[in-house]
Ligand binder design. Structure first.
Ligand code: AMP
Ligand code: ZN
Length: 115
């Protein structure tokens, strides 16, 4: 997608602090961290919603999640992490390219979703 900021990062057109890359995804530091450690695991395939996934995409995403769980301890997330995927307007998804937030490196508080 031409105007997608994450596609541009994947193509190397916009710089990012990259921690990992394979044929399926990249993992970068979030530019505005909301915890001591805040990474974004971004599948290289552009789509916005889980609901758009093909069977093949679901296998791909499963592999990404497995890899994320293997890498997490080496990213300073050995105490655990919160795994967040915002989907759509109510969740305030700001980038229309599916991505997984990994938050941790500290004891996280519970969000108050009514605020
Ligand atoms: P979401 O609101 O779930 O769509 O999350 C988008 C995330 O992307 C936010 O946490 C932003 O801080 C982050 N973000 C936006 N632009 C960049 C960028 N150029 N590099 C790294 N993270 C970014
Ligand atoms: Zn994209």
């Amino acid at each position: 997608m031409e105007d997608c900021i994450f596609c541009k990062i994947i193509k190397g057109e916009i710089p990012a602090k990259k921690f990992y890359e394979d044929e399926l995804m990249i993992i970068i530091a979030d530019i505005a961290p909301k915890a001591k450690k805040h990474y974004l695991a971004i599948p290289k395939k552009h789509f916005k919603f889980f609901s758009e996934m093909t069977e093949e995409d679901s296998v791909m995403l499963g592999k990404c999640i497995k890899k994320v769980s293997e890498l997490a301890p080496s990213f300073g997330l050995e105490g655990g992490f919160r795994f967040v995927v915002n989907q759509g307007d109510d969740a305030i998804q700001t980038v229309p390219h599916l991505h997984m937030h990994l938050l941790g490196g500290q004891k996280l508080s519970e969000p108050d979703y009514n605020k």
